[in-house]
Write a protein that binds this ligand. Structure first.
Ligand SMILES: Nc1ncnc2c1ncn2[C@@H]1O[C@H](COP(=O)(O)OP(=O)(O)OP(=O)(O)O)[C@@H](O)[C@H]1O
Ligand SMILES: [Mg+2]
Length: 337
């Protein structure tokens, strides 16, 4: 069998005050476009740091293309390109110098043709000779992406590459990353933009409080959710009868998850009877955001929906009891300390 692009086995990471990862086992196959999702503090960046050999697991193992990240660090590192979440750069070098220096770390001396291609694909050509400190935040992020790709790694991990990035660059970036994926590169992506993940990722793992709470194809995760999502702005109180349908509340904006069109009618009737005024009504299919909220909000995760035949909504019992995390975890989703 081909080695997995990334395989982690029971990875635990404890900090003095927190257990950031509590037994994470994942296998990302070569050629996948894989999403790693979860609320703030779930452990995504910690897991990526361990895979990249930047942090050491308290226990458990991680391999990149079969190379153990601790025992076989150099080979594992060479197989991997990581776009970090934090903007770290040396302000004194130009964009091109930064990319040449990074090439040098991998012993690549004549890499300019590929560097030019990266600059072009990330719309950075005009900034090639600009000092890093003079770039805007979004442009620095593009350089981080280029830096991660400078040695043409077969496995590419992007930790929130589109945070704070404008629409145009997102599209440019995704076009390029998709192309790399078509050419055989494995992509692992974390993002808080769930529509991005839904569109791009073939499979998705959701982390919560250091555990995998769902791991399945995007299609199966979405199929586990029937019904429609109805959202509106509400003036007045939400009728008690609808409280159980609440999917999300953001100020006066309310989203309900309903079983189908008939429930939309009865919900509207309940609102009318209660004298509640609504506007800006939207009705659409349940989407990845609903899956995410259901799995990561404490209230909902106490009662996971029963998996339907042929679907593994939650990790199978084979994955080291991770499914228990859904019920056992009573802690808040956890902001980074
Ligand atoms: N160096 C560190 N020392 C102590 N605790 C840490 C350290 N790094 C991370 N943590 C803690 O580990 C947990 C997981 O953090 P991590 O950064 O992996 O989350 P994340 O899923 O990437 O979140 P976000 O979506 O905000 O980026 C958090 O509780 C965080 O406070
Ligand atoms: Mg993070």
């Amino acid at each position: 069998m081909n080695p997995a692009a990334i395989e982690t086995t029971n990875v635990v990471k404890r900090y003095p005050r927190t257990t950031a990862l509590n037994g994470v086992s994942l296998r990302v196959e070569q050629g996948e476009f894989f999403g790693l999702l979860g609320p703030n503090g779930a452990g995504k960046t910690t897991l990526i740091s361990i895979v990249a050999g930047l942090a050491r697991a308290t226990s458990g193992t991680a391999c990149v293309l079969g190379h153990d990240v601790a025992a076989d660090y150099r080979a594992a590192r060479r197989a991997l390109g990581v776009v970090p979440q934090e903007l770290v750069f040396d302000p004194f070098f130009t964009v091109r110098e930064t990319l040449r220096i990074q090439s040098g770390y991998f012993g690549l001396r004549h890499n300019d043709a590929w560097i030019d291609e990266l600059l072009e694909n990330l719309a950075l050509t005009a900034k090639a000779d600009t000092n890093m400190r003079a770039l805007s935040g979004g442009m620095k992020r593009r350089v981080l992406v280029a830096q991660a790709l400078v040695h043409r790694p077969p496995v590419i991990v992007l930790d929130e590459p589109t945070a704070g990035v404008d629409v145009e660059l997102r599209q440019t970036l995704w076009r390029f990353i998709r192309r790399l994926n078509r050419e055989g590169h494995t992509i692992v992506l974390t993002t808080h933009y769930l529509e991005e993940a839904q569109e791009l990722c073939g499979r998705i793992a959701m982390l919560k409080a250091g555990r995998v709470v769902a791991l399945d194809s995007t299609r199966a995760l979405l199929a586990g959710l029937e019904g429609v999502r109805m959202s509106f702005r509400l003036t007045g109180e939400l009728p008690v009868a609808l409280a159980g349908k609440l999917a999300e509340r953001d100020g006066v904006r309310i989203a309900l998850r309903l079983s189908g069109a008939e429930e939309v009618e009865s919900a509207l009737a309940a609102l009318r009877v209660a004298g509640a005024k609504i506007d800006d009504l939207e009705v659409g299919h349940a989407d990845l955001e609903d899956v995410f909220l259901q799995l990561t909000s404490d209230r909902r995760s106490l009662e996971p929906p029963p998996p339907r035949a042929g679907e593994s909504f939650l990790p199978s019992p084979a994955s080291a009891g991770e499914g228990q995390g859904v019920r056992a975890s009573g802690s808040p989703t956890g902001q980074p300390a």
